[in-house]
Design a protein around this ligand. Sequence first.
Ligand code: SF4
Length: 468
Amino acid sequence: MRESCGIVGLALNDRESDNAALPIYYALYALQHRGQESTGITVHDGKSAGTLKGMGLVPDVFKKYNLSDLKGFVGIGHVRYSTTGDSTIENSQPLIVNFMDRTIAIAHNGNLVNSADLVAEFEAEGQVFLTSSDTEVIARLLVKELLKTDILGAVEEVMKRLVGSYSLTILVDDTLVVVRDPLGFKPLCLGELDGGYVVTSESAAIDTIGGKLIRDVRPGEVLIFKDGRYSSHHLFKTKNTAHCVFEYIYFARADSIIDGQLVYQTRIRIGERLLDEHAIDADIISPVPDSGITFAIGYSKKSGIDYIEGLMKNRYIGRTFIMPDQKMRETAVRLKLNTIRQNLEGKKVILLDDSIVRGTTSRRIVDMVRKAGAEEVHMRIGSPPIVSPCYLGIDMATREELVAAHKTVAGVEAVINADSLGYVSVEGLVEAVGIPADDLCLGCLTGVYPVEISGEECKRRQLTLNQF
Ligand code: SF4
């Protein structure tokens, strides 16, 4: 399972400052978990824009450059996984479009579900797309509208055409524009930095660069930063939002505050809830590192069962799922985790993990723990069964690959070879997150999505133009 992207926008207080690139770099570093395929930064100095980008991790890409060559007081940055489009330099972001004598740079976190229709419209007009990323659709719509009206009017018209998830940081020449889709799928927050402003996918990145979190960007809100100030335009509102629940379970850093909730605390509550729903007698509780750690702390504190690490992670290896095929994924599990035999031998072990996608990784982990001498292995999972794919910005798996789409809990338990398996319930998860179910996207857990997707069930959140 892979998050699609992380984005940054930064507007320094002083137009004479020229070092926006460095804090953007550090903020991207703090968002590295959201995308590891490519990264890039665009800045503007009031006269022209400069961009550096490449394939790979933030430090690897930018060590090839001298960041101080990138001069500007305002800029945007991006880390990427591909959800639509290939993993190529052409699809890396910020995406740059020059038209007339203007420059647009776009960084996008999310996934449009109507991009194919929009691409077909442009192609019918004879336009040829240069990338296979849905972000180019947004860029082309924006150019079209900017030829007719001002930035705010153009963004409003673009938002009327987009269906799906999109948190955006955009440079239109030296104006920073920030957009969060009306359902607020992807997180986006606003902070203050030395009298200027920073916008990032997660608040942990604001902390990292010494900024102060102000608030979340509201779903349907557009922020325009100009001359050291910003204006807020809450263009669209919906009766309900659709925040991605997996940000709380897995994607976001535990030290981030997202839509008012500290992710760490949410994960503690999920662990406690797992105990309420699936208590079992055991000798130790061990997390599958790192994603199971906070759930395991919650489960352990409430149950009184010792939290003892039975698995040790090789921290110099990336996330398992960056490996492209099944064979490599299995190798990666072995490279990534080792057991601590002395902690497991002869013990009844509860293993805590965030989710089960295909079941193959869980099976290997359970087998490793058994091989290390555990007497019993009970798996507890901090998400409900994933029964349906994500179309909204998470690279998850196809329905065929999702083990819980085809098997009961007992069936998955057999696949992963556990003595027992317990998932947190949807109701338990929603309570732990602390946001009403109607304001969350639960599509991959329920099969009911908040926007229309061909062949899937939809509980539509009605959009309205805001009156204030
Ligand atoms: S379908 Fe699942 S992973 Fe995708 S946005 Fe909704 S909750 Fe998040």
